[in-house]
Design a protein around this ligand. Structure first.
Ligand code: KIV
Length: 304
């Protein structure tokens, strides 16, 4: 029997769920926090079994799962469907739904309404949104509605065009100071954690020391409170060019291609299916079937 309620109960942690307050304690203990993206139920289950603390249903799905060239086209309906699948697989880790471009930029009301959809319709434990500055009131409004928010600064892919492309951020003293100010502001809005993407390691280290909430780095050095990698990058499933900060822990794409080729060859050479893959029937039933079908054939031959 499942220990998780079948219908997600918004804002109610399921039994066995990592309490969100534990993350601040992990920061205090300097115990690294592990986050990975996932986009389906098996991914959520495997991340859980591997001991991930946080599972992010990233809008990177637009690229990794849906074949787009950027994260911008991800729609709320697509993200809701993927998040629903992940929450069915992941029990202990907190599942964070990434709010896709266009779902929180327009107004505080819109941001709260869409964040509510994520917790209510998918069972997500929290949402993530990119940016600071004009997005601070959005984060605040969502937190005020009782939904935990993860911030995300540095390279924010939804605004890559404005940033001049997918490149590291905060590489001048002035820009690094601006990032620190943004991090402090997101901390003050009540975010429970903050993703730092593609930020020089010393800048990320300083931000990590200066703010009260845990930082989760991706391309931000070893001093962040936690680390995140994208599922397809980590597992070698994505055939685009990997960013400098990616470490591949497996080549699952190659393993899948090899397995599919072996299947195709077996089918073409009639090596599959074998005896053990087929169903038998009792000999007497088979004899009756054979007799009936040969009768039918004789009648057909007579008519012909
Ligand atoms: O969408 C995503 O996968 C992300 C991570 C890179 C942090 O935002």
């Amino acid at each position: 029997m499942s220990i998780r309620p079948q219908a997600p109960a918004p804002a109610t942690p399921a039994p066995g769920k990592l309490p969100i307050t534990e993350l601040a304690e992990m920061k205090a203990r300097r115990q690294p926090i592990v986050m990975v993206t996932a986009y389906d139920a098996p991914g959520g289950r495997l991340a859980d079994e591997a001991g991930a603390d946080l599972v992010l249903v990233g809008d990177s799905a637009a690229m990794t799962m849906l074949g787009h060239d950027s994260t911008v086209p991800a729609t709320i309906e697509e993200m809701l469907m993927l998040t629903r699948a992940v929450t069915r697989g992941a029990r202990r880790p907190l599942v964070i739904a990434d709010m896709p471009f266009g779902t929180f930029q327009v107004s505080d009301e819109d941001a709260v309404r869409n964040a509510i959809r994520f917790v209510k319709e998918t069972g997500a434990d929290a949402v993530k949104l990119e940016g600071a500055g004009p997005m601070l009131p959005r984060a605040r409004a969502i937190v005020d509605a009782g939904i935990p928010v993860m911030g995300h600064i540095g390279l924010t892919p939804q605004s890559a065009t404005m940033l001049g492309g997918y490149k590291a951020q905060g590489r001048s003293a002035e820009k690094a100071l601006a990032l620190l100010a943004d991090a402090r502001a997101l901390d003050a809005t009540g975010c429970f954690s903050l993703v730092l993407e593609a930020v020089p390691a010393p800048v990320a280290a300083r931000i990590t020391q200066e703010i009260s909430i845990p930082t989760i780095g991706i391309g931000a050095g070893a001093e962040c409170d936690g680390q995140v990698l994208v599922w397809h990058d980590l597992l070698g499933l994505y055939d685009g060019r990997s960013a400098r900060f990616v470490k591949r822990y497996a080549e699952i794409g190659d393993a899948i291609r090899d397995a599919l080729s072996a299947f195709a060859e077996d089918v073409r050479e009639r090596r599959f299916p074998e005896e053990q893959h087929t169903y038998a029937m009792p000999a007497d039933e088979l004899a009756l079937f054979a007799a009936a079908t040969s009768d039918q054939r004789e009648h057909a031959d007579d008519r012909g």
